[in-house]
Design a protein around this ligand. Structure first.
Ligand SMILES: *Cc1c(COP(=O)(O)O)cnc(C)c1O
Length: 416
């Protein structure tokens, strides 16, 4: 086994370390077991049996039937396939309901669909990142084809009440898709007697490799493939299966089931220690997102009067990996669309950091972060032009706020 990289990795909502057991399970399929599962010879048949087993393992994680699982290449593909399939099932319906805080895989697809003639309602969230189900009810229409809501938010960890939402849309001929990429393995998901029709998950957020995911399609839901080709996945997704990654995803699902209780208690404990420690040790900071309705591994904290990007750079020098939002928007200085939707004030919006833990996070790592962060924040605040509520800093602040409002307006027109 190679030695672990010398980083403190607290960015598990961006991607996770591949479990050693998963690597071991994958290796034979990168080496001697290279056959094509569609081949009729015995060599290929053996591979097909391994894919079948992986399908059973993923189905077990969701308490679904193996025939309800389609392997995909990633969460983004699953989201696209689910939404396109739901719309194709009801071609006369042209309305979609989703939320303002979805992943770009959903938001940018909806933007594209609007150019194709669909209309989208983006449900708002309150300052804790929670949906208002009355708003959902008020927006259900005769021509609503699909409701797509994430199970848990990647940036704040806030959990949405998907079963309750499903109950509301059920029996109205509306399909219900759930992006569960962040939720799988972290909160229980049970497709038996569920109101969910379609559900997306991704391997690399679950200690499997990149390049694999799965889409759950409830039995009886009409499905049209996104990738048209061979008869793989019972005609629902063309393309020769990524066998090593699929076998690895099966193993990751098995590990997630076996370790579920232990993991969420241990991870939650460390997350709480980190969160409470930071909030206590550092003045002028606050938790972003509802405290209770949250994934056990995620904490998103706003540090007033400093830039999140500056915090990240300082942490990076200590080998500490965190994020200022989704990986897809970091690198640009646009504040997170999730925190903006929550209506957070300017100083929080620009100074927020997400720490996301995993089963591999240790108490020693959390202690190290608790030692480093107060120094980092103090140092940055000392250099900050708005480190106190002076007149000068207020003026600067107002100027920046005006900038942001203008930018917000222009952004609304283009993208999230
Ligand atoms: C990461 C993520 C995705 C996209 O998954 P990929 O496998 O990276 O394409 C979709 N939705 C959520 C909530 C995510 O966190």
């Amino acid at each position: 086994m190679s030695s672990p990289t010398p980083v403190i990795y607290l960015d598990n909502n961006a991607t996770t370390r591949v479990a050693e057991e998963v690597v071991e399970a994958m290796l034979p399929f990168l080496k001697e077991n290279y056959g094509n599962p569609s081949s009729t010879h015995t060599f290929g048949g053996k591979i097909a049996r391994s894919v079948k087993r992986a399908r059973e393992q993923v189905a077990a994680l969701l308490n679904a039937e193996p025939t309800e699982i389609i392997f995909t290449s990633c969460g983004t593909e699953g989201d696209n396939a689910a939404i396109r399939a739901a719309l194709a099932a009801n071609p006369q319906k042209k309305h979609i309901i989703t939320t303002q805080v979805e992943h770009p895989a959903i938001l940018n697809l909806c933007r594209k669909l609007e150019r194709e003639g669909y209309t989208t309602t983006y449900l708002s969230v309150n300052e804790k990142g929670m949906l208002n189900l009355h708003e959902l009810r008020a927006n259900l229409r005769e021509d609503t084809a699909l409701v797509s809501v994430m199970a848990a938010n990647n940036e704040t960890g806030v959990i949405f009440p998907v079963e309750r939402i499903g109950q509301m849309v059920k029996d109205r001929g509306i399909l219900f898709h759930v992006d569960a990429v962040q939720a799988v393995g972290k909160i229980p998901l049970n497709m038996k007697n569920s109101s969910i029709d379609l559900l997306t998950l991704s391997g690399h957020k679950l200690h499997a490799s990149k390049g694999v995911g799965a889409l759950y399609v409830r039995r009886g839901v009409r499905f049209r493939p996104l990738l048209v080709g061979g008869h793989q996945e019972r005609g629902r997704r063309g393309g020769t299966e990524n066998v090593p990654a699929i076998v690895g995803l099966g193993k990751a699902a098995e590990l997630a089931i076996a370790n579920f209780e232990a993991e969420i208690t241990q991870v939650r404990e460390l997350r709480d220690r980190l969160e409470l420690g930071l909030l206590r040790l550092i003045p002028h900071c606050q938790l972003n997102g509802h405290q209770g309705m949250r994934l056990p591994n995620t904490t998103n904290i706003g540090f007033k009067y400093i830039e999140g990007e500056a915090i990240l750079l300082s942490l990076d020098a200590y080998g500490i990996c965190a994020s200022s939002g989704s990986a897809c928007t970091s690198g640009s200085l646009e504040p997170s669309h999730v925190l903006r939707a929550m209506g957070l004030p300017y100083t929080i919006l620009h100074g927020s950091i997400r720490f996301s833990l995993s089963r591999y996070t240790t108490a020693a790592e959390i202690n190290q972060v608790l030692t480093v962060m107060p120094q980092v924040v103090e140092k940055l605040r000392a250099m900050s032009p708005f480190n106190s509520e002076t007149d000068e800093s207020q003026g600067w602040l107002q100027e920046r706020q005006q900038d942001l409002r203008e930018k917000d307006e222009s952004l609304k027109a283009v993208s999230f």
